[in-house]
Design a binder for this molecule. Structure first.
Ligand SMILES: [Zn+2]
Length: 226
């Protein structure tokens, strides 16, 4: 039995804090989670319910391939290109840097040069976007990568780029130049992260998109290990 005295609670909190080596930076899949316009809203529908006399609880999900935290495959913007099940696990798991990018609007190559990427293979951008998950629907004025920034990342040898809203791209940008610059060079794009609780710095990244055969993207559980 756990007594509710403040002292006891403090002891439990302190020991839990030591155990918390993993930071879940995935956005929960829940009804009402914002989706990019034109993508299907998330649904979770009961199919079988113990409360109704069924032997178990079973549900049906409706989910887009680019809903909440997800990975883009080259097939997202290039016909006949690789699907999400072809992405290398060697890229999706490994050392990653969370970079603080507190600006709004378009991130440029100059911003990235100032951020001082140091031979990083995997970079996750923490921007004001992470606060957009706190409520309300889809926001159009999220921070995004410009084409120059995407090309800079490719030139620097970055292989995994993560952003904390539903697109690396400016909203409705014709031709999707940032996506194309990255995906055409085999760069993995992780979108829909929530980096609110991630201090800038180095982590071990675990990004595991569902193994959906031939899909243009897939929802992913993304965890950072301190
Ligand atoms: Zn995308």
């Amino acid at each position: 039995m756990i007594h509710g005295s403040p002292a006891r609670f403090d002891i439990i909190s302190a020991s839990m804090a030591r155990l918390q080596r993993f930071l879940d930076v995935s956005v929960p899949l829940a009804p009402g989670v914002p989706t990019y316009p034109g993508n299907p809203p998330f649904e979770l529908e009961p199919i079988k319910r113990i409360a109704n006399g069924d032997s178990s609880n079973v549900s049906r999900m409706v989910i887009g391939t680019h809903t909440a935290t997800h990975v883009d495959a080259p097939l997202h913007f290039f016909q006949d290109a690789a699907g999400v099940d072809s992405l290398a696990l060697e890229l999706l798991i490994g050392r990653a840097r969370v970079v603080d990018m507190p600006r709004r609007g378009g991130i440029t190559a100059e911003d990235l040069a100032a951020a001082g990427l140091r031979e990083d293979l995997r970079v996750l951008f923490k921007t004001p976007n992470s606060a957009l998950w706190n409520g309300g629907g889809f926001k159009q004025d999220y921070t995004h990568l410009t084409e120059s920034a995407a090309r800079y990342l490719v030139e620097q040898g970055v292989k995994v780029v993560g952003v904390d809203y539903l697109s690396v791209e400016e909203f409705k940008k014709p031709g999707a130049p940032a996506h194309r610059a990255l995906l055409s060079q085999g760069v993995v794009i992780i979108e829909g992260l929530n980096l609110s609780d991630a201090e800038p710095g180095m982590y071990e990244l675990y990004c595991l998109p569902l193994r959906v055969a031939g899909a243009d993207g897939a929802p992913a559980r993304v965890v950072l290990k301190r």
